[in-house]
Unconditional design. Sequence first.
Length: 367
Amino acid sequence: MSCFRNGVNKLSENFDKVIDSKIDKNIKEIMEMRNIKSSNYEPSVPQNFRGRNILLYGVPGSGKSYTIKQEYCDDEERMERVVFHPDYTYSDFVGQILPNVTEKMVNYEFKPGPFTRLLKKAYDNPSIEFFLIIEEINRGNAPAIFGDIFQLLDRNDKGESEYSISNTDIAKIVYGDETRKVRIPSNMTIIATMNTSDQNVFTLDTAFQRRWSMRMIENDMSKVKYADNKILDSDITWKQFNTVINDIILEKNVHMTSSEDKRLGVFFVSESDLEYNDAENDPNAPEEEKTKASHANSSFPEKVLKYLWDDAFKFSRDAVFETSLYNSLKDIIRKFKTSRGNERFTIFKEEILNAFLSPDNGGNENT
């Protein structure tokens, strides 16, 4: 009899373990089937994630978005990407109540924004890491855009929100229970980018910044696969040009404010901006091809020279450009576009042209 009782007890213990395991695995489905709501239930979240708020900053084109792709996440299924701008609002970011028109009536429903959509994905898939990417965070009024979400940015040692907020709209979408307190889970990381040279944009106050891990993205040419590509039909490579110009920007800082932030980012131009289309000067090419080639060959001067003239050297143009010959941006760009080869760069001072071609910068002075 004793053996029988022990056998029954052991069988009961094993049965309980199986049931507990099944409930832990499928608890959400079971609760939904039985129409049960609980404000205390939290799914088991693996501890190999530690959610963070990371702010990447650097000069324009230094490779902030490239860093996100290479080091954090390159899977669009696990990302939401937004760009802040002056007209971007809390409603765009978190969600808003919009009319839903049917055949018989109009209902008003909460339509989740990118933050709420990703929060739900992270909650529903605790074994997967998700990333909210915010480009140009200081181009929008970040504290106003975040609103009550600001409170969630404080993270504990596990990477979860230290404090919760009450938001019935978010809670209903994410948890199916509007009484639940809202938190950011440990498997959801927020990464923002910011250009340090941006002016006339919103500033990020100390209270906002302290909730982020700051990381400067260095302007490193070794990351650029096309660094040694020549600019159009010249002998000057993108690396040579970028190096010389950035050295001058730092050297001439007595004439400029925030000179370090004015440097040309290594990704300031794309590989296609450097390519030369010789159909532009081919007498046998159709006019349509010549026009397309002319537009393609104009990409570099229209982008780079305009930036140098209007921004980087705005207050010291005569230290860089041959302003005695070309005293307007129009003259500079026209000379560059109508010249050939290295002659394009005679818009710069002679010593700068020589620096472009110097062997010390990888150039060839005999060219």
